[in-house]
Ligand binder design. Sequence first.
Ligand code: MLT
Length: 315
Amino acid sequence: AALTAATAMAQGYPEKPISIVVPFTAGGPTDKVARDFAEALRKPLNNQSVVIDNVGGAGGTLGAAKVAKAAPDGYTLLLHHIGMATSPALYRNMPYKTLEDFEYVGMINEVPMTVIGRSTLPAASYGELTKWLEANKGKINLANAGLGSASHLCGLLFQQSLKIDMTTVPYKGTAPAMNDLLGGQVDIMCDQTTNTTSQVEAGKVRAYAVTTTKRLTTPAYAKLPTLDEAGMKGFNVSIWHGLYAPKGTPKAVLDKLNAALKTALNDADFAKRQEALGAVIVHDARNNPADHKKFVEAEINKWGPVIKAAGQYAD
Ligand code: MLT
């Protein structure tokens, strides 16, 4: 029987460069995961080039929307994080439907977050930080990457737990946010270790606590309390990343991408880089499309009510 066009196309796939959209600015935590992952993904795809396309804005929803509307041919993919689950609760007019408009290719990693402050903050420990926050209510600038970002979610939960409202300063990613924190223009931020580790190790920002329920082994954070043990009972935020394709991408292409994802996650180089940045590679059923999608649906149901309770809408 004549090969259908889709089957023929899938057999030759990939025969041109693949673009992975990162919905935040270059140099940030999502971008770092994506560039390392793209390098590992290239190898099992006959060394076809995999390029990163940074599309920032609207807490990651602009970049995700670009992929939802792209041709379903396997040449435009999305690498995104927990924002896939939080954005639906923050935007009344979402430009895409998270569970309907994408094919789920598989989960990649989970990244802890840490609460950091400008180096000039007169607080050397988490205890001193909360005292400073109490004493400076109404004058605190908290940086994040917009509604739908990981730094927004963590910052929101942090403010709710402390019952201290802070002025939010949004950026198109936590890379530019970090620049202003380094310059002292903002006071505090909750960001992923993929972006904070080098700055903390260089002593350019102060680190106060981590957002996972287990302390981190990375030397830069080993002495820091978890927010859970420091008094925010049950605080547990870890930023997961996954790979997505537009709905309708041929199954044969998705199968090739899922196989390449699994190979990439076992790449020694990728593993070493992820370890150095405090990220934990996902090696479980969520590497499979069905379980990846089920997990995201569960996360939408978990975070939606929490965020809706804050009543913060971006539109
Ligand atoms: C980034 O890559 O800039 C971050 O993921 C932003 C965020 O989600 O906090």
